[in-house]
Design a protein around this ligand. Structure first.
Ligand code: WT7
Length: 704
């Protein structure tokens, strides 16, 4: 084999991205129900022309005009530092005013948030716009007067799904304080590392919450958070602790005097205090949301104030079809971008009632979501393929037992199998609801691809075309465009910027350029947005009808239950166990969660500890450093890792073994014999599999 060919096969198993021919059945279309179309916000067939590339960027004025501005902007888009864009320059606004104050004159007593606790005997808690506004003002007074926070300061929020979370976020927004919400299910250590990266002045947490019928001592994470932050060079000086119930503590963790404060105590002196909203420049950073990438360090995606809010308001209105009269329930967690954009900011900016549920969807039984929908009169429902698969598996006939009616449903986070889609449509939606499959990312602030619910036909398993103002394109590795119907997968990119796109990665602008823009940029000095296609990191193909089908991540990221986990992050956690010499993490297809994590470990030759003990330690290390969501399904202790001659671990080969599929070409490995040893250990003596697996797994872990 020639040297160049060898390099090629080592790097990607003989195939380049563009050569992966994908053969899949075209699914039949479903048409939006006429009743839905009759009331839809977006039915104008000229919308795509209105948002055509020739109308860019002025088309996005339409989104910005959904907001209330203290000062109107003078420049829609400033590209002078491309790809660091500024939207609606010159404009000033406050997010909490847009989500609360401006709705008061007409809707003071309308429900803004309806909170459903996990214990079913706890009645729904209703916060009217007035009540939410009062609480946000009072808590903003605490942040301003007690914590001495001012615009631009950072705060880390590690909280569960309770109304105090949006109260906290909106109070930050009132002051222009940048919030960084860390998913409540993440470990204390993960929260602490993020607090250090953002040099947060305050950590806001909670005593406990309900999960699966039990209360969790959430405050027990605090020590690990503060220790991790300190280890990363930043000491968080102050901690605020909310309580799930005023009259008792759900945690036995002691508070440290002078550093930790109970919010309930601090609020006592703030009753009735009003805090004037701080008018923020449109391009001021609004919040950070950390996400996993190819390296071990999570990236703090920095979202803007005006552009972000305009984008989530616009997409909530046109794609989620939210009207102020709707009862909208997104079953995601606010700790992820979905919850920021489509539980809190989008729906509240439009003055809609947004439902929050504290607990597990299948608790105490799989009829729970449909009882909540029935009781609250939910008519828009938003969830993930994981939840859909789970509810279908354990309660396929539950939806029909309850009297609720959805007009609109969303799926987000990972590709949905057409079978699961059809169950969602027929059983959950009762053939009455339109479905949008929305493809987007933490970095993008809001939706990128989806059908327009009142206009486009639905196709199970396909996200659909770019939404108005978003112009996707698929490139092969060499930058050639893969046209509609070409049956080949490539890298999906967006040709133009949009207002919801993150501004930068906190503290690491170079990484922003490297990771998202460098790949297809030909002139790094260019200030023309046309030279900077946004590289999303997903494999995708476009069908003849212009619908995009997303295949999954092409980098070292595993999408577990709709959330990204970095393999490097998990591997570094494994390497904290002293006996571990090398660790490799791979995705394994899972019926419910889509993908789960499996870990391969090679021990140090000196280790005398029994392998199952090491395996337990590795699992614990992953849970402590990241959280239960990353918990490995299996930890395999193997004699050696399959490696290239240059010493790189071939995760693709391990992924092949874990998924019982073809491991690809292994002839060029430095140690090909170990592959069969590992295969026997993992699969037993079954014959070698040759099937091709899901594309993201087949591609997984390709080197460079
Ligand atoms: C990754 C982004 C977007 C909020 C939730 C996850 C995958 C997302 C879809 C979809 C197929 C999807 C992609 C993307 N993804 N939505 N509708 N169909 N795949 O946010 O944690 O930033 O993950 O999730 O691979 O890159 P995230």
């Amino acid at each position: 084999m020639a040297e160049s060919q060898r390099a090629e096969s080592e790097s990607s198993g003989n195939l380049t991205e563009a050569e992966i021919a994908v053969h899949w059945k075209e699914e039949e279309y479903f048409v939006p129900p006429p009743k839905f179309i009759g009331q839809a916000n977006l039915t104008d067939p000229a919308i795509m022309e209105r948002f055509g590339l020739d109308r860019f960027p002025e088309c996005f004025r339409e989104y910005a005009d959904l907001l209330t501005w203290d000062q109107y902007w003078h420049t829609t888009l400033d590209t002078s530092h491309a790809p660091f864009y500024k939207w609606f320059v010159g404009g000033k606004l406050n997010v909490s005013v847009n989500c609360l104050d401006r709705h008061l004159p007409l809707h003071r007593n309308k429900a803004a948030i309806i909170f459903q606790a996990e214990p079913e005997e706890e009645p729904p808690q209703v916060l009217t716009f007035q009540e939410l506004w009062v609480r946000v003002n009072e808590f903003a007074a605490v942040l301003r007067d007690h914590c001495k926070l001012k615009a631009g300061d950072r705060v880390t929020i590690h909280m569960p799904m309770v109304p105090e979370l949006p109260v906290t976020m909106l109070a930050c927004a009132r002051l222009g304080v940048i919030h960084s919400v860390v998913f409540g299910g993440f470990s204390g250590e993960a929260a602490g590392r993020r607090a250090a990266d953002s040099t947060s002045k305050v950590l806001i947490t909670m005593d406990g919450y309900w999960r699966n019928g039990k209360t969790t001592d959430h405050l027990a994470n605090l020590k690990a958070s503060l220790d991790a932050s300190k280890a990363d060079g930043h000491e968080v000086p102050m901690v605020l602790v909310w309580q799930r119930y005023r009259e008792k503590m759900l945690s036995t963790t002691p508070l440290q005097k002078g550093r930790d404060f109970l919010v309930a105590e601090l609020l006592k002196e703030k009753a009735g205090v009003r805090v004037p909203p701080v008018s923020m420049p449109a391009e001021a950073p609004f919040f950070l949301m950390y996400t996993s990438g190819t390296t071990g360090k999570p990236k703090g995606c920095q979202h803007s104030t005006g552009g972000y809010l305009a984008y989530v308001a616009g997409t909530s209105k046109f794609i989620q079809d939210i009207h102020p009269t709707d009862v909208y329930w997104c079953m995601a967690d606010i700790g992820w971008i979905t919850g920021h954009s489509y539980i809190v900011y989008g729906p509240l900016a439009l003055g809609t009632t947004t439902v929050m549920y504290e607990g597990v969807p299948t608790f105490p039984d799989p009829g729970r979501p449909w009882r909540i929908a029935q009781r609250l009169g939910v008519n828009i429902f938003h969830t993930s393929p994981t939840a859909i698969r789970q509810l279908r598996k354990v309660g396929p006939d539950e939806p029909r037992k309850y009297d609720y009616h959805f007009k609109h449903m969303t799926t987000v986070g990972e590709p949905i199998e057409p079978e699961a889609w059809r169950w969602y449509y027929h059983s959950v939606g009762k053939d009455e609801a339109v479905i949008v499959d929305t493809w987007w990312q933490t970095e993008t602030g809001g939706f990128l691809c989806s059908t327009k619910p009142g206009i486009d036909r639905m196709k199970p398993g396909s996200a659909g075309p770019g939404i108005p103002g978003i112009h996707p394109i698929i490139f092969d590795e060499n930058g050639h465009v893969l046209p509609p119907g070409s049956q080949k997968a490539g890298n999906i990119c967006i040709q133009n910027p949009w207002p919801g796109l993150m501004q930068t990665i906190w503290g690491d602008p170079d990484r922003m350029v490297r990771q998202y823009f460098a790949k297809y940029n030909k002139n790094p000095k260019s200030t023309d947005w046309r030279d900077w296609p946004y590289f999303a990191g997903d494999g995708a193909l476009i069908a003849a009808d212009g619908y995009y089908r997303i295949l999954g991540r092409i980098d070292d990221v595993i999408n577990v239950a709709g959330h990204r986990l970095g393999t490097k992050e998990i591997e570094s956690a494994c390497l904290t166990v002293p006996h571990v010499a090398e660790a490799a993490v791979v995705p394994v297809a899972d019926e419910v969660k889509g993908r789960v994590v499996e870990v391969y470990i090679a021990l140090k030759p000196t280790s005398k500890t029994p392998p199952n003990e090491v395996a337990q330690k590795v699992t614990l290390a992953v849970e402590t450093s990241i959280g239960k969501i990353a918990r490995p399904k299996t930890v395999h202790i193997v004699p050696d890792m399959p490696k290239t001659r240059s010493g790189k671990i071939m995760r693709r080969v391990l992924a092949g073994i874990s998924n019982r599929m073809d491991t690809g070409d292994i002839t060029t490995l430095a140690n090909p014999d170990v592959v069969e040893t590992i295969r026997k250990q993992v699969q037993g003596d079954a014959p070698v599999a040759t099937k091709k697996g899901p594309d993201d797994i087949a591609r997984f872990g390709k080197v460079d």
